[in-house]
Design a protein around this ligand. Structure first.
Ligand SMILES: Nc1ncnc2c1ncn2[C@@H]1O[C@H](COP(=O)(O)OP(=O)(O)O)[C@@H](O)[C@H]1O
Ligand SMILES: [Mg+2]
Length: 498
């Protein structure tokens, strides 16, 4: 951090202990990211504020702010403050993309939301930034305070869905953001609570006061120090951080972070009421999202086709084809067949993605619609009901031969009477019974339902039992057998925790 060649990418973070300005090279920082660690009260938020203030006029900024600590940057530097509590997930996704388009610096205030929502909201916003079209890949500092909330090392109280979304977004930011101009700057109280892959992608570190041995050990590893040297982190005063990394210095050096120009909210009663910025930027970024401009974008990698899935989906396409025919009577059957094939290919791509098994049908449907629209099929895409049926059939794992059987027709008829989200589970169970296979395990059922929660799977089974759709019984060896009431199809015994 000590004196280097004059360089107009340099900002001053404070003083190096023992004298001289502690400089940080912004251009280097954009390429190499930063991890800040220190116990609560060690001065992390202050440090981030110093960094943001010093660089505010040099580079665009986005701040994920779980405590509403950074809203005061708006007054002096014109950041747009987005109040997470007043936005939908979809609006935030759009805002993330638009802030890049319009090159506006943004504070996303997530104060007052519960942990689950904070994670989903941050994921939506980061996702929007990440997916902005290539022509808007200008550099942005993306600051995430209390990053362990968004990239936790272990599963906590929050839903799987929220955790997956948020962890995915943080991993994208830190691992794949650079190419897109996104430079992750993350701060955490506890290294041990932060997902390892997220922490590992930063090449610059600022380590503040740290009490717990496990965090100290991890900090020492990251800085390449002896673990006993890291004992010194225990005695660091507030506002002093040991710095290391290509944007700062080659060897660990203690740095005293300098003063800031704007007030922190945590500073107490000094805070003046916050006025949102004037209309233009606000409207550009937060205008309502037209329904047609929905979330997901297609993945780039083509997925290898799975032939039997295709024909299952094609079977469902027939009913749809009739509808399409009515809409466009002039269209030739070849056009129609080609369109159907393309739509099925889109569905197949979505389902072939392993991650997808854990996503809710409604989310997959959004993805499907966007992909159809991109392929020029938007107006003819399956409606949600038809999509759910196709999805349920595909997820049941039924074979091509069985689809044509009378039993399967009957299973589909029974499924039709169930709520849409349960149809895939029922068809999955029916398929196992009709083909005389073992009763599926809780984990398999959960996966078909689009969740990782086995407890949820057991509740689904109870629900089906309560309504006299299935009967479960134990075989005396810890396995269970499932029978579909009515047709009497019965599985072989299967281990519930298989
Ligand atoms: N370098 C510093 N100079 C002056 N005050 C500081 C400095 N670092 C932190 N503080 C003050 O100490 C308190 C705690 O700092 P904060 O940044 O909120 O800690 P953390 O985010 O790590 O919990 C705040 O009131 C802050 O203004
Ligand atoms: Mg803080």
């Amino acid at each position: 951090m000590s004196s280097t060649m004059p360089n107009n990418n340099m900002i001053v973070m404070g003083d190096v202990s023992g004298g001289g300005p502690a400089q940080m090279d912004l251009a280097e920082l954009l390429a190499t990211r930063l991890l800040v660690q220190g116990n609560s009260g060690s001065g992390k938020s202050h440090l981030l504020r110093r960094l943001l203030e010093q660089s505010a006029r040099m580079v665009q900024q986005a701040i994920i702010d779980p405590e509403g600590d950074f809203v005061s940057l708006a007054e002096k530097f014109g950041h747009l403050v987005i109040d997470g509590a007043a936005c939908s997930e979809m609006a935030l996704h759009a805002a993330g993309e638009r802030m890049r388009r319009h090159r506006a610096s943004v504070v996303l205030n997530l104060e007052g939301l519960d942990a689950d929502q904070q994670m989903k909201w941050a994921a939506a916003f980061l996702g929007g930034m990440f997916e902005a079209p290539r022509e808007y890949w200008y550099p942005v500092l993306v600051v995430v305070d209390e990053a362990q909330l968004f990239a936790p090392a272990a599963a906590g109280e929050v839903s799987d869905e929220a955790r997956r979304a948020s962890l995915g977004a943080m991993t994208n930011l830190m691992c794949r953001g650079r190419k897109r101009g996104l430079a992750g700057i993350i701060a955490t109280q506890r290294l041990a609570k932060l997902a390892k892959n997220v922490a590992a992608e930063a090449s610059n570190f600022l380590m503040g006061r740290t009490f717990l041995d496990i965090d100290m050990a991890r900090a020492a590893d990251l800085l390449g120090m002896e673990r006993r040297q890291a004992e010194a982190f225990r005695d660091l005063p507030r506002g002093t951080f040991v710095a290391l990394g290509p944007a700062m210095c080659r060897r660990p050096v203690p740095v005293r972070v300098g003063a800031v120009e704007t007030e922190s909210r945590s500073a107490g009663p000094m805070l003046t009421p916050f006025e949102p910025p004037s209309a233009p930027v606000h409207e550009l970024i937060l205008a309502p999202v037209p329904v047609s401009e929905t979330l997901a974008r297609p993945r780039k990698a083509p997925v290898t086709p799975q032939p039997d899935l295709l024909s299952q989906l094609a079977a469902h396409g027939e009913a749809q084809a009739a509808v399409l025919q009515e809409e466009q009577p002039e269209e030739s059957s070849e056009d129609q067949a080609e369109r159907e094939a393309r739509m099925n290919a889109i569905l197949r791509d979505i389902l072939a993605d392993d991650e997808t098994s854990f996503r809710a049908a409604a989310v997959l449907y959004q993805d499907f619609l966007v992909r159809c629209r991109i392929a020029g099929l938007g107006r003819n895409a399956l409606d949600l009901k038809a999509f759910n049926r196709a999805l349920a059939t595909a997820r049941s794992g039924v074979s091509e031969d069985m689809v044509a059987s009378d039993d399967w027709q009957q299973a589909e008829a029974l499924a039709n009477a169930l709520p849409e989200d349960l149809q895939s589970v029922f068809l999955f169970l029916a398929r196992a019974a009709i083909s005389r296979q073992a009763c599926p395990s809780d984990a398999e059922i959960a996966r078909v339902y689009g969740t990782a929660s086995q407890g949820r799977a057991r509740r689904l089974l109870e629900w089906l039992e309560d309504r006299n759709i299935i009967v479960l019984r134990a075989d005396g060896m810890g396995r269970r057998v499932m029978t579909v009431i009515g047709p009497g199809w019965e599985t072989l015994p299967g281990v519930p925790q298989g």
